[in-house]
Design a protein around this ligand. Structure first.
Ligand code: IFM
Length: 586
């Protein structure tokens, strides 16, 4: 069956071969088309009381995959039927064994958690177009039409870290997708009066912004609500820059930085320079009229998360600029010429990296204000606020939802920054802010519980972390997230939560990360239900098996030909040589 999509003319071929395995072929075969259905009708002569068996071979290709989907379908069908079911099954199992070998997470002592982590990793894998540099990871994967298979920041911040540490080749391809969609991001920046790259909030395959301005309706009046996810949620651009650097830090892939990453970083920083305002009286740069991750509050100034991401990415851009200047000067000049990077803009990047305003923790309370004026708004819990709803499916956010004038946040925002930059604040600051923001967070986004889980594991709340792990990892199993909000269907598999489950276990409970100096560090804090956790990760090209138990950590390099890796467990750092195993006691 051949069909062509209406929007972009993508050809989709679905082909099938059916063979009876235990008797004569059908006496007739006919294709019947009915409204919205194409049926194959087969007729067999079967003696009463007997069964018949078939083998069905199905092949799907689109013109996104190959130039001639029809030829590819026919060739694959022939090859598959030639191999037969048993051999195909063996080959299929081998591929999956390879995937599990690289992304294994085993939780000892908790079958429920083991099942959940496996289920979530599986969904993160199947949502990811691992084979191509041309497609993003959809926020709902391919599970339904919500969000049109398009990427959000979910891709870089929630789905990708698992691949960075387990299948860096896949992470690289997904980041190259962002490189290939730079033109779409440049067009969006220009359209809105900026320069550089303003990535799409909802990015289709060519990077075009496909987030509508009217996403929800006011269910009380039936009128459309104008949200600004697409033009004010600017953190998407530094989030992509953050992921570029994170990938580079964990893999050491300088060729990627040279060929793709540096240009993304420079274009994102050009955008940041063109967006910020310089406040002369305060001698600082500010980002105003924004939405941070908490989407209930639009049109806010100095959102902490956005400002921190911007500063971090400006600094990393300048670092990669210097790196290219030293190691690949021709490539750097080529980028500079092509994107029109002037000395003046470069100087502004330096100045901004120093002078961009990032809200600080209050010296007494240690609290960080989510955005200007947040602490002055009505202080109420989500549960009490919900009593004000006139209709249970009302949208809570901007411009006139029930949360807009209150401190109730849709999802982690300040705490989200801690998850991405664990080295940026002390445990005391993280704990004070977790304690403050957690009771005010409604978790109206499936992204939110995982963030609270990861940070809870770091600040000495392993059981709270465990509860949030269960909540995040079961979001689609128990249908705990709303499927319809403000009249819009947003159900399906929440792929960000699937990717985040891996992060909760590995980054959260094992405390694993590659620190700015390039060392692999571990600081496990397991919940009481778990005896130990074993996982496989790849750092700087070296595959490692890590086990954290009650007495300590074991790190083994899986091949003697691999380069040594420096591993730090709490205060003790050691080299793990190729093929060797090191034990660290607490
Ligand atoms: O990217 C998220 C956003 O943070 C909250 N609303 C849903 C989006 C897609 O998952």
């Amino acid at each position: 069956m051949r069909t062509v999509t209406g929007g972009r003319g993508t050809e989709v071929l679905v082909s099938q071969r059916i063979a009876r395995t235990d008797g004569p072929p059908p006496v007739s075969s006919e294709i019947v088309t009915a409204e919205k259905r194409v049926l194959r009708v087969l007729e067999f002569e079967v003696a009463a009381g007997t069964e018949i068996a078939f083998e069905l071979y199905n092949v799907i290709y689109t013109s996104n995959d190959v130039a001639d989907p029809h030829a590819a379908c026919v060739a694959d069908l022939q090859e598959s039927a030639g191999k037969g079911y048993a051999r195909l099954w063996t080959e299929h199992t081998r591929v999956w064994d390879g995937i599990w070998d690289r992304s294994r997470v085993e939780i000892d002592g908790d079958e429920l958690a083991q099942t959940l982590i496996r289920y979530n990793i599986y969904h993160n894998v199947i949502a990811t177009p691992a084979h191509t540099e041309h497609l993003p990871i959809g926020a709902r994967g391919l599970s339904c039409q919500a969000y049109q298979g398009a990427a959000f920041w979910d891709q870089e911040i929630f789905n990708l870290p698992m691949f960075v540490y387990t299948r860096p080749d896949v992470a690289r391809r997904i980041l190259i997708y962002r490189y290939k969609t730079l033109d779409g991001a440049r067009r969006k920046a220009r359209r809105l009066g900026y320069y550089g790259a303003f990535y799409a909030w909802v990015s289709g395959d060519d990077g075009r912004e496909i987030c509508p301005s009217y996403f929800f309706i006011d269910v009380l009046t039936g009128r459309r609500i104008h949200n600004h996810f697409n033009d004010w949620q600017i953190h998407i651009s530094p989030d992509v820059g953050y992921a570029v650097w994170h990938y580079y830090r964990v893999t050491g892939d300088t060729a990627f930085l040279r060929d793709y990453g540096a240009e993304i970083l420079l274009e994102v920083s050009r955008f940041l320079v063109s967006h910020a305002y310089f406040k002369k009286d305060k001698d600082r740069y500010e980002f105003v009229r924004l939405l941070g991750p908490d989407e209930y509050h639009e049109n806010v100034d100095n959102n902490f998360f956005t400002a921190y991401q911007a500063k971090y990415v400006l600094e990393r851009t300048l670092e990669s600029y210097d790196l290219l200047k030293e190691q690949a000067p021709e490539r750097l000049s080529e980028i500079i010429q092509r994107i029109g990077l002037t000395e003046q803009t470069l100087a502004l990047m330096h100045e901004m990296a120093e002078k961009v305003y990032v809200p600080h923790p209050d010296p007494e309370t240690l609290l960080i204000e989510q955005f200007d004026g947040y602490f002055d708004m009505e202080d109420i819990t989500p549960e009490r606020l919900a009593e004000r709803l006139l209709d249970s499916s009302e949208y809570w956010g901007w411009p006139n939802g029930i949360a807009t004038e209150t401190q109730v946040t849709k999802q982690a925002d300040v705490v989200q920054q801690f998850m991405l930059h664990p080295e940026s604040h002390s445990t005391a600051v993280m704990q004070a802010n977790w304690d403050y923001y957690e009771p005010r967070t409604q978790h109206g986004s499936s992204l939110s519980p995982s963030v609270y889980a990861v940070v809870a594991a770091w600040i000495g709340y392993p059981q709270r972390a465990y509860d949030y792990f269960l909540r995040s990892a079961t979001v689609d199993l128990f249908n705990t997230n709303k499927a319809v909000s403000g009249g819009t269907f947003i159900g399906g598999i929440h792929t960000a939560a699937c990717g985040a489950a891996w992060q909760i276990v590995v980054h959260g409970f094992l405390g694993m990360r590659v620190d700015p100096a390039g060392e692999l560090t571990l600081d496990p804090h397991l919940p009481e239900q778990w005896n130990g956790v074993r996982c496989t990760v790849t750092v700087a090209g070296t595959q490692l098996e890590v086990y954290a138990g009650p007495e300590g950590v074991t790190v083994g390099s899986l091949d003697s030909g691999q380069s040594p890796v420096t591993v730090r467990v709490r205060d003790e750092a050691r080299q793990v040589a190729g093929g060797a195993t090191e034990q660290f006691s607490y």
